[in-house]
Design a protein around this ligand. Structure first.
Ligand code: NDP
Length: 247
């Protein structure tokens, strides 16, 4: 993975799951990772771990629903390293409930984190990547961005359909600036995500469904594969799910 070495990679939602695994894998291959999430204790522990193993990592408290936090994360990475090669817009939540339950606050939250948070990531890196005439925006979507995950995941699916539209539109708009755009769409991955539902009965069902889940490292490897391609090679989409998963 020689082309990963020294790349400056910003990752949102790096405090657990896919973000954390990706940070470890990329840093282990020589990338300089810059990590953000709200749980700063987890970010600090991860930075310490990566650094102790000889890697380069920097951590920030980042709530992606706050544009200024995302700007501070990207500015922090730029100030330290003088460039941004990759952003992995990974932060996401999946509170599952039927529409009729009217969990409007959870709808708002999903839109704020899964869509607006991702857009803030794009807005923060964009001027830098345009100036560099090089960059790579990786957005984490879901298989629920291809098929509507209903009942229960309708709003979640809507946010991931939005990620799909945004990633493809970005790609089409920014060819001239040499900015690569990639969408990674995982199926069931063993992380804390199913625990973001507010009702215990739903969490219990999801735990059952997630018995087939694949490790977060499998998604991290897919992400790494897209990064290590030569600059003129853009991998647009990867769908990765457990072999046993139909949906
Ligand atoms: P985790 O719950 O383990 O990780 C989610 C990450 O998002 C955490 O690091 C969390 O950090 C962060 N996050 C949540 N809210 C915010 C916020 N407001 N600001 C900043 N960060 C936030 O789940 P996964 O690793 O599975 O999720 C990563 C991505 O993968 C998500 O976009 C998810 O939708 C997607 N995905 C996951 C699948 C799965 O089966 N696991 C399947 C398909 C897609 P903190 O709480 O510290 O802020």
């Amino acid at each position: 993975m020689s082309s990963i070495a020294n790349k400056v990679v910003v990752i949102t939602g790096a405090s657990s799951g896919i973000g954390e695994s990706t940070a470890r894998l990329l840093a282990g291959n020589g990338a300089r990772v810059v990590l953000g999430a709200r749980r700063k204790d987890r970010i600090d522990a991860l930075v310490k771990d990566i650094t102790a193993q000889g890697g380069s990592a920097l951590g920030f408290t980042t709530d992606v629903t706050k544009r200024e936090d995302v700007e501070a994360l990207v500015t922090g990475a730029f100030d330290k390293h003088g460039r941004i090669d990759v952003i992995v817009n990974n932060s996401g939540i999946m509170p599952i409930a039927p529409m009729a339950a009217l969990k409007v606050k959870e709808w708002d939250r999903m839109i704020d984190v899964n869509i607006k948070g991702l857009l803030y990531g794009v807005a923060a890196v964009f001027p830098i990547m345009q100036k560099q005439k090089q960059g790579h925006i990786i957005n984490i979507a879901s298989v629920a961005g291809f098929k509507i995950f209903a009942p229960g995941g309708t709003v979640y699916s809507a946010t991931k359909f939005a990620v799909r539209a945004l990633t493809e539109g970005l790609r089409m708009e920014n060819k001239a600036d040499n900015i690569r755009c990639t969408m990674i769409s995982p199926g069931a991955v063993a992380t804390e995500l199913p625990e973001s539902s507010s009702e215990e009965a739903t969490r219990k069902d999801l735990r059952e469904f997630y018995k087939m889940a694949i490790p977060a490292d499998s998604v991290a490897r897919a992400i790494a594969y897209t990064i290590e391609q030569p600059a003129e090679v853009e991998i647009d989409e990867i769908v990765i799910r457990p072999t046993a998963q139909d949906f």
